[in-house]
Design a binder for this molecule. Structure first.
Ligand SMILES: Cc1cc2nc3c(=O)[nH]c(=O)nc-3n(C[C@H](O)[C@H](O)[C@H](O)COP(=O)(O)OP(=O)(O)OC[C@H]3O[C@@H](n4cnc5c(N)ncnc54)[C@H](O)[C@@H]3O)c2cc1C
Length: 408
């Protein structure tokens, strides 16, 4: 009998790990357990489905045949409820159990609900799955007035979806701009113009106090300013809570996500974590980090999968990636590379209205955000990967065209 591999989650991290395991261990027994009803689909493109630009079928990445062909046992509609790490066993909601030699937890996150009265009323939506996208599309088409909460990378998707379907959309933000963590007011103003083209009105310095309802349906949103906003639908994107409750009682160490080293190993031997759930040691930033992006989840899944197939005497592979995330709803791009968290940031708005921010941590560039022209994202990404000291030379990274010799 081959080695037994169990993977929790058939998102991009889990599915990629399975492929790598099969490639590197042809006789291994691979089981993927997912609580979703369907195999891997393109989660990033769910926004295009909700906008009406793509069909459900366009998003499917693996069909059932894929798993048969690769001899992978896929268990859909099956939720893991407990990990018995000492027994090396995974327990599921329906009583099924899977024993493992190597386990990968790639269970991602679930959108948080707003902690205000009536936040579970009919008409108030979060957005993570394929079914959420179908639902949101229908709701947005039917809505006259919508409110969106969450001034970040996922909130903007919902604002555009409601706006695109013709709802009178108000986008409420706590601060004075969109994505406070990533850009300045000047950068946000470019984005606000893009949102206005979808008919989205940005409202700043406003928080939700509660939703009012009639017969269980949302009718209006009450702001902390005392103003009320009529809405027959609302979209909420205020972050994720990570799906690791089934690890309670195990010895796997948890922080915000599941703590891993740079090889994606958790604190318990033979248990790995990858994707959005992994709070890993980042060798580019030299600190603990957690990403929320497709590219990072895919690469972490690949690294974890390969490492899981290695024997004790083989060297493990580090996860090393300067992450990227881009938004393409508008006639300009928004792109983030690396991390927006640092101890210094510099910004520039260029004559043609483009915007760039570069973020430093202990004098090293660790991230950048571009609104408009993204042509310099590639070179800056490489420079971040070089991990060089830029003290006194920071402004060079704001040059309209970054000097390629900085790469040497
Ligand atoms: C609308 C939207 C737009 C996005 N846009 C972008 C973008 O433009 N660019 C970008 O880089 N990223 C984007 N992302 C984020 C990106 O999709 C995620 O970072 C990535 O999909 C994470 O992959 P993952 O495999 O780690 O987790 P997930 O894709 O969340 O997969 C985890 C899987 O585990 C399952 N699971 C959880 N708990 C259990 C359990 N107990 N038992 C069994 N199964 C379980 C979940 O149901 C899920 O299927 C977007 C996400 C959304 C929702």
């Amino acid at each position: 009998m081959g080695r037994e591999y169990v993977i929790i989650g058939d998102g991009i991290a889990g599915a990629t790990a399975a492929e790598e395991i099969r490639e590197n261990d042809p006789s291994g027994e691979i089981t993927i357990v997912t609580d979703e009803p369907v195999p891997l689909y393109n989660r990033v493109a769910t926004k295009d489905l909700a906008k009406g630009d793509k069909d459900r079928e366009d998003l499917m990445m693996h069909d059932r045949e894929f798993y048969e062909k690769h001899d992978i046992d896929l268990r859909t509609n099956t939720r893991v409820t407990e990990i018995r790490d000492a027994e090396r066993r995974v327990v599921c909601h329906d009583g099924s159990r899977y024993s493992f030699d190597k386990l990968l937890v790639a269970s991602g996150g679930t959108p948080r609900r707003l902690p205000v009265p009536n936040s579970d009323a009919e008409g108030i939506h979060t957005f993570w799955t394929l079914d959420d996208a179908d639902r949101l599309k229908k709701v947005a088409k039917d809505a006259d007035d919508a409110v969106v909460i969450g001034a970040g990378l996922l909130g903007i998707d919902q604002a555009v979806i409601f706006g695109k379907h013709g709802a009178n959309t108000r986008y409420l933000m706590r601060g004075n701009r969109w994505w406070r963590q990533g850009i300045s007011k000047e950068g946000s103003e470019v984005v606000e113009k893009g949102l206005a083209e979808f008919g989205v009105e940005c409202i700043f310095h406003e928080e939700v106090e509660q939703f009012d309802t009639q017969e269980g349906r949302v009718t209006e949103c009450v702001g902390s300013s005392g103003k009320t906003y009529p809405c027959d639908a609302a979209g909420v994107a205020i972050g994720l809570h990570y799906n690791h409750e089934f690890l309670r009682g195990s010895r796997v160490k948890i922080g915000e996500g599941i703590l891993t080293d740079e090889y994606m190993r958790t604190s318990v031997e033979d248990i790995y974590a990858a994707g959005d759930i992994a709070q890993y040691y980042d060798v580019v930033l030299d600190r603990v980090n957690q990403n929320g992006s497709w590219a990072s989840a895919k690469e972490q899944g690949a690294v974890a999968g390969r490492n899981m197939t290695k024997d004790e005497d083989e060297d493990l592979e580090e996860f090393e990636l300067v992450d990227t995330y881009s938004i393409n709803h508008f006639d300009f791009f928004i792109m983030s590379v690396g991390s927006v968290l640092g101890d210094k940031k510099i910004d520039r708005v260029y004559d043609d209205g483009n915007y760039r921010r570069v973020i430093f941590f202990r004098d090293r560039p660790v991230g950048a955000v571009f609104v408009g022209d993204v042509t310099q994202a590639g070179i800056i990404r490489k420079i971040i990967g070089q991990k060089k000291d830029f003290s006194g030379r920071e402004e060079l990274l704001l040059e309209e065209e970054v000097d390629p010799t900085l790469l040497q």
